[in-house]
Design a protein. Structure first.
Length: 323
């Protein structure tokens, strides 16, 4: 098959492109390189069946041509990272909502199956742990910019599922929980690559808040495997699935592990949220996925834990330093 991967030069998108090529498919990657990087897909440029087009997912003409040429669509293109959400809320909302609307219209026109990547952010401040796909969501006020990302991704989900309900367009929604691994940048606030970079440089490892907040980190290769298995599964159509890892760790514990792995030279410093982001910033205390639904459908079981994630990210950093 020939797949369209929007955001194909991004962190997750580039791994997905590589996996699809390894499986014998052709891949058309669409990316405006605003947060994606050409270096992520440079090794794929010489492989048969791979093409990168540098354009925006909000351009209807470009998107229509891309969708028409492909048999199915992985829609990963999105504004990314808490830092970008706080600093550029207009860009965040427009990129997410307009991009998804454009993709869905074209998929509906040509009846192309589509998988939409959403986010655990949509659960908001809910304290019902673990998060289940049919749980109520609890977001903060619209005056707090931090929730713009969650609100926009929720609208994405509503729109995709509306196409399923009205016209039976085969869509799947995957809510990703803190996907991590090689090629991820700390530029937009991603915690693991930021901690690893700081630890390797012997700089203070900066923990936002008091560090008691917990997260569950999933290796990008486990996540990509789930996406590939979900897109054409008949039982996934019109459904939402959590995709992640259930291994919970506090951000302070994460900082301590990274410090130990990088030689123990760094101090660990806490920075108040107001200083790290903006006044009135709110964070989730815990973010833990229930994986029962995806486990029942495709037998999904993450095989790479936090130890493997940290070793892979550290190895990439060491390789970059050596180069």
């Amino acid at each position: 098959m020939r797949y369209l991967v929007t955001g194909g030069a991004g962190f997750i998108g580039s791994h997905l492109c590589e996996r699809l090529l390894d499986d014998g498919h052709e891949v058309l990657a669409l990316d405006d390189l605003s947060t994606g990087r050409f270096s992520n897909v440079a090794p794929l440029e010489g492989r048969p069946g791979f093409e990168l087009r540098v354009a925006s997912v909000t351009d209807p003409g470009v998107v229509e041509r891309c969708v028409l040429e492909c048999s199915a669509v992985f829609h990963l293109a999105s504004a990314v990272g808490v830092r970008l959400v706080v600093d550029e809320p207009v860009k965040t909302i427009e990129t997410i909502v307009n991009g998804t609307d454009t993709i869905l219209r074209c998929c509906a026109r040509y009846r192309r199956p589509m998988l939409l990547t959403s986010t655990s952010e949509v659960y908001g401040k809910s304290d019902r742990i673990p998060f289940r796909e049919d749980d109520d969501v609890v977001l903060g006020p619209t005056t707090t910019r931090r929730w713009a990302y969650a609100g926009a991704k929720m609208l994405d989900e509503f729109l995709a599922l509306a196409h399923w309900h009205e016209a039976r367009l085969p869509v799947v929604v995957a809510r990703l929980f803190n996907t991590v691994g090689p090629r991820q940048t700390g530029r937009y606030g991603m915690v693991v690559p930021r901690f690893v970079r700081q630890g390797m440089a012997g700089e203070p490892i900066t923990v936002y808040g008091d560090g008691t907040q917990t997260r569950c980190f999933a290796h990008v290769l486990d996540v990509v495997d789930a996406l590939v298995r979900l897109i054409h599964h008949p039982g996934a159509r019109g459904e939402v699935f959590n995709v992640g890892n259930g291994e919970e760790v506090s951000i302070m514990q994460l900082a301590e592990r990274v410090r130990a792995l990088t030689g123990g030279r760094s101090d660990i410093r806490t920075i108040p949220y107001d200083e790290a982001y903006t006044s009135g910033f709110e964070d989730m205390v815990r973010r833990v996925p229930c994986l029962d639904k995806i486990r029942r459908l495709i037998g999904y079981e993450p095989t790479r834990g936090l130890g493997r994630i940290l070793s892979d990210v550290l190895a990439e950093g060491e390789g970059a330093s050596a180069g």
